[in-house]
Ligand binder design. Structure first.
Ligand code: ATP
Length: 189
């Protein structure tokens, strides 16, 4: 059985402007044709052969989808649907349109204590939710902490990008070298 919908995503969504990109993914705004609702379509390039170093391995894409399917929290991006074609897997995600928290803070002249505590609280609530389900994000960095809508008095935080997230099994030591170099902390024991 196919895990992801094999129909053409363009038949169901109008694909709009680019919102951002990562190493092997492009994220574009889109509108669901039947409902008119706006989403973000993350086109993840599939690795075409074992020998290639370009694109994302299928098991890694499935892991990202699998983890997103287990998550439902106000401070974490929600997965709506998944399509697949020959070259890409397309995640239809909740649209997070307020930009990065980092840019929002950089543009502000000052930040009140209440605003600062509200942001920290929401980030920690999202992380706490993940950790309670034994999910480690492994790529928390300013680019992946976004705002749902920056034009509200206390904007809602949304954690995005579960490309490196893993479920940690009880009693199993997890060892891996990955993350974004500037934000990796090495732990010595
Ligand atoms: P990286 O290589 O940095 O790990 P990635 O390829 O896994 O990235 P994402 O980080 O998920 O891709 O998305 C790339 C960019 O697209 C984000 O930095 C953000 O600007 C934008 N983006 C991702 N998801 C959404 C969303 N749900 N709503 C709006 N913009 C988004």
């Amino acid at each position: 059985m196919d895990l992801f919908k094999q129909q053409k995503v363009e038949d169901f969504y109008e694909i709009g402007e680019e919102l951002g990109s990562g190493q092997f993914a492009i994220v574009k705004q889109c509108r669901e044709k039947t409902t008119g609702l706006e989403f973000a379509a993350k086109f993840i390039k599939k690795r075409q052969s074992m020998a290639s170093s370009r694109g994302v391995r299928r098991d890694e894409i499935e892991r990202e989808v699998n983890i997103l399917q287990q998550i439902q929290h106000p401070n974490i991006v929600m997965l709506h649907d998944v399509y697949e074609n020959r070259t890409d897997v397309v995640l239809i995600l909740e649209l997070v349109s307020g930009g990065e928290l980092f840019d929002f803070l950089a543009q502000k002249e000052s930040l009140s204590e209440e605003e600062a505590t509200q942001f920290i609280k929401q980030i920690l609530e999202g992380v706490n939710y993940l950790h309670a389900r034994k999910i480690a994000h492994f790529d928390l960095k300013p680019e992946n902490i976004m705002l749902l809508d920056k034009n509200t008095p206390l904007p809602r935080i949304k954690l995005i990008d579960f490309g490196l997230a893993h479920k940690i099994e009880a009693g199993v030591e997890f060892k891996n070298i990955f993350g974004t170099p500037e934000f990796v902390v090495s732990g010595a024991s």
